[in-house]
Design a protein around this ligand. Sequence first.
Ligand SMILES: [Zn+2]
Length: 158
Amino acid sequence: MTHDEYVAYIRERYSDLFDPTNSDEDWRYLVTIGPGWWHLFTDFCEQMESILRHHDEVGRWYIRQAKEKFGELRIYVRPAPYERTDVDGFSEWVDDIDPPEPSAVQEMISIVREQIVGRANHTCEDCGEPGGLRVIDGWYRTCCDRHFHELQEAKGSI
Ligand SMILES: [Zn+2]
């Protein structure tokens, strides 16, 4: 499966978890992680979907981005833009504001995310084999021994 095919799969299979107004251009940068972490992100989506369905909050939370930063898996989840009505009855769309207090769903999603990120910390982003955080010339990567050596060779450090 290519990266494009994986993203297309996620977009189709877990359409409830993403803002329907995302453009094709948005989708180019929504999920940028390597193939070794795909199964972890799929697992996250699966669990997030069941949390939202169980609590009847489908469409209230969206995944904004899944990416690698400093060798770590980062998954950003935000409340959906929602319609807010103030005392004068004037309503407007408000984007990305935090709900007034942490909800049970928000906490459950955070717990699932911590578990998934914890697993990613020990999983090669390239191939999914056991790995760990490596540093090459100040550049962070979570990978297995084999891919670490390949990276070192590619960087001419050996
Ligand atoms: Zn590897």
